[in-house]
Design a protein around this ligand. Structure first.
Ligand code: APR
Ligand code: PHB
Length: 389
């Protein structure tokens, strides 16, 4: 079998790339380790930048998004000194973000790919990526007892943080940068109306909390928990009690509780791999970088990577030798800005076990600075809505 671009991973990055390339007349094969049902059962983030919405439109997968997404023109930061609204539109010439679950993005992209008749192999086992140092790379995988192989011009590693792509890069050519945080987020999804019309990021002495949503009748809440915490230790009731204890009084009183549809703990990490390209292998999305969820940059970075990579893939197939190296440079420049913002927002809003009084005062001063300065808030707004591609 022969295909122009082999894509490893059917998460948002792989699926968006597949659609952009399809629309550019380039044929792709996606190899995904898990079943389609499994991929669709993962609950992830839910805030899309305008640039991400634009990628979805160009991917031909934005019809339901246009009907159902909620446009948000601001969010709140609750802190011990009060509540601060970050206006997104004013400082950014009218930009906003869109509330729409990553699970829905994935489902819409899968449907668009099906309609395009482009092939995806789910439950592809033992995926191997080979010979990407030269001009004739290959991918190999197993389907049951059958060993299969495809030749291609380019391999896109969109297989997440624990995928095979980055692990296949020559170690001597790869540099990684990492920060681990001593806490995770315990998330709960429930069919209850949100406690407020906009998201609330809450900094509290008991730990961080976030009130988010998926629709007017579905809420997503998170609380900071120590690293290593087990989800089994958190009954729904314990979660709701702790959430309320960390919110301002009026918001806490407005929380409507209900049975959890999903409850899980995600560790927080910052991670970047450099470069993103090794011969004819290019990394994108979580395979290339991880951001802590504070600021909701994970899915949006996957979209901007894919935007750059689709352009570079087209140019490479047209014979432009430097296009892939350009992809790595352009994408990394934007990635590091989002890494900085996510790290900053995480540091600003969470408590750190064992931190000294000096650190606490710095955080209070940072919050007071934001409250007192429209210029500082404008900078937050600019980053939150997403820097230009
Ligand atoms: N072979 C084939 N597929 C694989 C392999 C492998 N060896 N390893 C992982 N995969 C698949 C995973 O099963 C998953 O479906 O690659 C896909 C990667 O998808 P995501 O983890 O969703 O990553 P990405 O597409 O980059 O999307 C980034 O997802 O994790 C969130 O916060 C992140 O929102 C961001 C977005
Ligand atoms: C979510 O709705 O899941 C969400 C929203 C904002 C974030 C992170 C996660 O910063």
């Amino acid at each position: 079998m022969r295909v122009q671009v082999a894509i490893i991973g059917a998460g948002p990055a792989g699926l968006m790339l597949g659609q952009l390339l399809h629309r550019a007349g380039i044929d792709t094969l996606i190899l995904e380790r898990r079943s389609q049902a499994h991929v669709l059962s993962r609950i992830r983030a839910g805030i899309l930048e305008e640039g991400t919405a634009d990628v979805l439109r160009r991917a031909g997968a934005a019809e339901r998004f246009a009907r159902e997404a909620l446009r948000h023109e601001g969010f709140e930061i609750a802190h011990p000194g009060g509540r601060l609204r970050i206006d997104l539109g004013g400082p950014t010439g009218g930009k906003a973000v869109h509330v729409y679950g990553q699970t829905e993005v994935t489902a819409d992209l899968m449907a668009a790919r099906r309609a395009a008749g482009a092939p995806t192999v789910y439950e592809a086992e033992d995926v191997e990526i080979c010979d990407f140092a030269g001009a004739r790379p290959r991918v190999a995988w197993r389907e049951g007892a059958l060993r299969r192989e495809a030749r291609c011009d380019l391999i896109a590693g969109c297989d997440g943080f624990r995928g095979v792509s980055r692990a296949s890069a020559p170690p001597a050519a790869l540099t990684t940068f990492e920060r681990a945080y001593p806490f995770g987020w315990l998330g709960l999804l429930a069919d209850v109306p949100p406690c407020a019309p906009e998201l609330i990021y809450a900094s509290h002495a008991r730990g961080f909390a976030l009130c988010s949503m998926r629709s007017p009748s579905r809420s997503r809440y998170y609380i900071q928990v120590p690293a290593g915490e087990r989800v089994e230790s958190w009954s729904d009731q314990r979660f709701w009690d702790e959430l309320r204890a960390r919110l301002p009084k009026t918001a806490g009183e407005a929380v409507v509780t209900g049975p959890a549809l999903e409850k899980s703990i995600a560790p927080l990490r910052s991670f970047v791999a450099e470069p993103l390209v090794f011969g004819r292998l290019a990394l994108a999305g979580d395979a290339a970088h991880i951001v802590p969820p504070t600021g909701a940059k994970g899915l949006n970075l996957a979209a901007s990577d894919v935007h750059y990579l689709a352009e570079a893939a087209e140019a490479t197939l047209a014979g432009e030798a430097a296009a892939l190296a350009d992809y790595s440079r352009r994408a990394l420049a934007r990635i590091w800005k989002a890494e900085r913002f996510s790290w900053w927002m995480t540091t600003l809003l969470h408590t750190f076990e064992g931190e000294d009084g000096f650190s606490v005062r710095l955080r209070e001063a940072e919050l007071a600075g934001l409250c007192g300065s429209a210029a500082r808030r404008a900078e937050v707004a600019e980053n939150y809505v997403g820097l230009p591609f």
